[in-house]
Design a protein around this ligand. Structure first.
Ligand code: NAG
Ligand code: NAG
Ligand code: NAG
Length: 199
């Protein structure tokens, strides 16, 4: 599906995200007529400080992300820059969010960034990911993370998206830089209860 260039979609999307944030608990059960699929995740990292291994799994019936992050240095002043964009117009990405947050402050107070909060609290449910600063040396993992389609509004357009993230120290030294690409697939009209095939 292709939306006209002047479609009011992005603003509605943000409003709906805001409502989801306010309501906060995912009380609404119901199926979604789309699936979020991860397609690639190019990344680079600073091997003097961390070792990062990110894998997306992408088969016809399942899609998930696994992360193993080995931190080799105590980190206590870390910044996260992220951007989320949807491709509504064949190659023209519409940026829905583009922010830099003080990651250590965010870990103390998730409410300071409502979009990140929804995603990060979902991530913390699976595996042992970073919960506070200083970030101690050690291995942080995220196993088979699936995007919970229930987090998203029931209406989203069929579109590709990316989520870019860059983690830096206060002095500007980049520790991690990656971009997760995926797409919202409605092509089969499937719902979450059924298996589906990409054909
Ligand atoms: C994942 O699936 C998409 C099709 O939806 C395909 O284009 C892409 O190459 C696949 N990536 C991997 C890593 O299998
Ligand atoms: C992206 O949008 C611009 C201006 O709106 C247009 O000229 C261009 O053709 C679009 N690119 C693609 C790949 O559709
Ligand atoms: C985010 O905003 C900065 C400037 O504030 C800009 O340089 C950058 O290109 C933007 N990123 C995206 C993905 O739009």
């Amino acid at each position: 599906m292709k939306l006209p260039a002047n479609a009011p979609f992005p603003r509605n999307f943000l409003q709906i995200v805001a409502i989801v944030v306010v309501v906060c608990t995912p009380i609404a059960w119901g199926w979604r007529s789309f699936k979020v699929i991860f397609t690639s995740f190019p990344y680079t990292y600073n091997s003097n400080v961390i070792d990062a291994k990110l894998q997306i799994h992408n088969s016809s019936s399942d899609t998930y992300l696994s992360v193993a992050l080995q931190v080799n240095e105590v980190l206590d002043d870390v910044y996260l820059k992220y951007a989320i964009a949807l491709d509504l117009d064949e190659g023209n990405y519409t940026v829905l969010a583009n922010r830099t947050v003080n990651f250590c402050k965010f870990l103390k107070q998730h409410s300071m960034d409502s979009v990140l909060r929804i995603i990060y609290e979902d991530i913390l449910k699976e595996g042992n990911f970073i919960k506070k600063c200083p970030i101690t040396k050690g291995l942080y993992t995220l196993r088979e993370y699936h995007i919970d389609e229930e987090m998203l509004p029931s209406y989203v357009p069929e579109a590709s998206f990316y989520a870019a993230m860059k983690i830096s120290k206060a002095n500007g030294q980049v520790l991690f830089d990656g971009k997760l690409y995926g797409k919202i697939d409605k092509s089969k009209g499937f719902n979450n209860l059924k298996m589906f095939s990409l054909g």
